[in-house]
Design a protein around this ligand. Structure first.
Ligand code: FAD
Length: 480
């Protein structure tokens, strides 16, 4: 008979959902065991997702900026790329350092960790590679895996998913990216900067289908110059491995029937990871999309088992998983916590970056919500002009009557850093006047958020088109 251990809280999965949950729980005195089958904690985000992709995008940005500097009179030579050193930077100096840091955090904060694959035996017991663990409560945070449709799984390692592509096996001459979502475009941008001719094939009629078109336009314009081709409304009907490369059969208008590539990145989405979890033994079922259904307290159908992060529903984003972790633990501690954010920011870390939070114009249209859209073009921003990046746009979506901020969208360099202000405005129920009266430092790109807010009442300081101006309405409870 295998050993039987007893724990108060078992957390399965050490990604950005699981490890923060374990840390918060231990901070509040819960005896917590964190189990992960990966030798390195941090989940997909740290090991195979957010972090290595951003480290590589940083390298790509340096290459692009050195190239673009010629426009302002600074010419550098062609970059010399030491792939081994770049890989070492990403895997050791970035990923290794951060995952090691999580191990130390767990140790320092009293979270016990165990490596191995967890499978439910019943609603209160899991087996981790032979060790049986009885738990009072469990938080499931097993994340997601890259989707690899059968059509593309041809058993050739030149066909990669995002995990394979981030390992940077080489710099292929030609790369086919299947899927024009954020993962495909981010990784495609990295390879393009390293010198690869990148072709993106997207089945739908636009890149980044969830984003508003005015935010996508400046990015698409730039990518069309940097990439070899972007084929929209196009299907990859077949992949065939040949000695000379992977031959893709394409179906679409004005696209070649076939094209040959040295490597292919399949980035067509992710699926919840419930592989060999034995959920049925715990009494859990999946919804039609394969997620574990949860309520506002992140409780599953078995109330002492909660689920958070990618396995518990969309959007599949690290910060959503981490925010859910806090809710799940507060519920465990008996707090009246519930999941109900007004805004979960989305960021595409391409160049330019795209970021949005709260209601998008697409959402407003789909939900039949009337909004006033306040757009401030970056051509009117002193900071954007001084860094020669005027292609950006900042927009606020406000309620027409009250001017309450419902959504913020930004495209431009550093949009990902700027969007947090939008999230705060939406969460705090700010009106445009609150935003414009919050003094923004000059000269910064953040001023574009303030100037968008000015447009709610007439002209922004730096817009040319003259608009009738009305006095900003004060809140009744605002004496200031
Ligand atoms: P995961 O991070 O998937 O972690 C789950 C963990 O559970 C894993 O470590 C796994 O080993 C473990 N596990 C699974 N099953 C078991 C089991 N039975 N027993 C033991 N352990 C198990 N998100 C962002 O917010 N920003 C980004 O910029 C971003 N970029 C991305 C780029 C790429 C290329 C990819 C692939 C993803 C990116 N994401 C990004 C998404 C982000 O990585 C995920 O949303 C996030 O990792 C989800 O966290 P999680 O805790 O739910 O699960």
């Amino acid at each position: 008979m295998a050993d039987l251990r007893e724990v108060q809280l078992l957390v399965i999965g050490g990604g950005p959902g699981g490890y923060p949950a374990a840390l918060h729980a231990a901070d509040h005195g819960l005896q917590t065991l964190l189990v992960d089958e990966d030798p390195k904690l941090g989940g997909v985000c740290l090991n195979r997702g957010c972090i290595p992709s951003k480290a590589l995008l940083h390298a790509a940005k340096l290459i692009r900026e050195a190239h673009d500097a010629a426009e302002i009179g600074l010419t550098f030579g062609e970059p010399k790329i030491d792939l081994a050193k770049l890989r070492d930077f990403v895997q050791q100096k970035v990923v290794g350092k951060l995952t090691g840091g999580i191990g130390m955090l767990c140790k320092g904060r009293g979270v016990e960790t165990l490596r191995g694959h967890a499978t439910f035996e019943d609603a209160n017991t899991v087996s981790v590679d032979g060790t049986r663990i009885r738990f009072k409560n469990c938080i499931l945070a097993t994340g997601s895996l890259p989707a690899m449709p059968k059509l593309f799984a041809i058993g050739d390692d030149r066909v990669m998913d995002s995990t394979g592509a981030l390992l940077l096996p080489d710099v292929p001459k030609k790369l086919l990216v299947i899927g024009g979502g954020y993962i495909g475009l981010e990784i495609g941008s990295v390879y393009a900067a390293l010198g690869t001719k990148v072709t993106v094939v997207e089945f739908l009629d636009g890149l980044l289908p969830l984003a508003d078109r005015d935010l996508v336009a400046p990015l698409e314009k730039k990518l069309r110059k940097e990439f070899e081709a972007i084929y929209l409304n196009t299907k990859v009907a077949k992949l065939e491995a040949t000695k000379g490369g992977i031959v893709a059969t394409l179906e679409g208008k004005d696209v070649p029937d076939t094209a040959t590539f040295d490597r292919v990145l399949v980035s067509v989405g992710r699926r919840p990871n419930t592989t060999n979890l034995g959920l049925e033994k715990a009494g859990l079922k999946l919804d039609e999309k394969g997620f574990i259904p949860v309520d506002k307290q992140r409780r599953t159908a078995v109330p002492h088992i909660q689920a958070i992060g990618d396995v518990a529903g969309e959007p599949g984003l690290a910060h959503k998983a981490t925010a859910e972790a806090r809710v799940a633990v507060e519920v465990l501690l008996g707090e009246p916590a519930e999941w109900g954010p007004r805004a979960i920011p989305a960021v595409i870390f391409t160049d330019p970056e795209i970021a949005w939070a709260g209601l998008s114009e697409k959402d407003a249209e789909a939900q039949n919500v009337t909004v006033e859209v306040l757009k401030f073009p970056w051509a009117a921003s002193g900071r954007a002009v001084s860094i020669a990046r005027t292609e950006g746009l900042t927009k606020l979506l406000v309620e027409p009557e009250t001017k309450r901020v419902l959504g913020v969208g930004i495209v431009g360099v550093n949009a990902g850093e700027m969007i947090a202000e939008g999230v705060l405005a939406i969460e705090m129920g700010a009106v445009a006047r609150d935003v414009l009266e919050s003094i923004h430092p000059h000269p910064t790109l953040s001023e574009t958020v303030m100037e968008s807010a000015e447009l709610a009442y007439g002209n922004a300081t730096h817009t040319v088109a003259k608009k009738k101006t009305s006095a900003p309405k004060r809140n009744a409870d605002d004496a200031g």
